[in-house]
Design a protein. Structure first.
Ligand SMILES: [Zn+2]
Length: 110
């Protein structure tokens, strides 16, 4: 939820419900079940998230998206003691260039 509305803007109107916990953990709630994840990664993932290859999105679009996500987190959590950023399922990883320039945190991804 963002501003008490399901978060859809910026990700192609694909409805997901991310939650930003006060500890900084961002996760989907409700979580998808195994079959939903399997279907998503088989049917939708490449179209929605293989963005670096898209002429109308590309690395610049990925950077702008990471900037938006990082901004949301910084607005909701205390980042003054933040030392690490972990992204499970970080796609192409291009968003980390933005984070490396923006923070001195250690950044982990897979
Ligand atoms: Zn938490």
């Amino acid at each position: 939820m963002l501003n008490k509305e399901p978060l859809t803007n910026g990700q192609f109107d694909y409805k997901i419900y991310p939650v930003i916990c006060e500890c900084g953990l961002v996760y989907l709630n409700p979580r998808w079940d195994k079959n939903t994840y399997s279907e998503f990664y088989t049917e939708n993932y490449d179209e929605l998230y293989r963005l670096d290859d898209k002429e109308d999105y590309g690395v610049e679009g990925i950077t702008m998206h990471m900037k938006e996500v990082y901004g949301r987190c910084c607005n909701l959590i205390d980042t003054s003691d933040m030392k690490n950023i972990i992204d499970i399922g970080s796609g192409s990883g291009y968003g980390f260039d933005f984070l490396r320039k923006k923070t001195s945190c250690k950044i982990f991804c897979n």
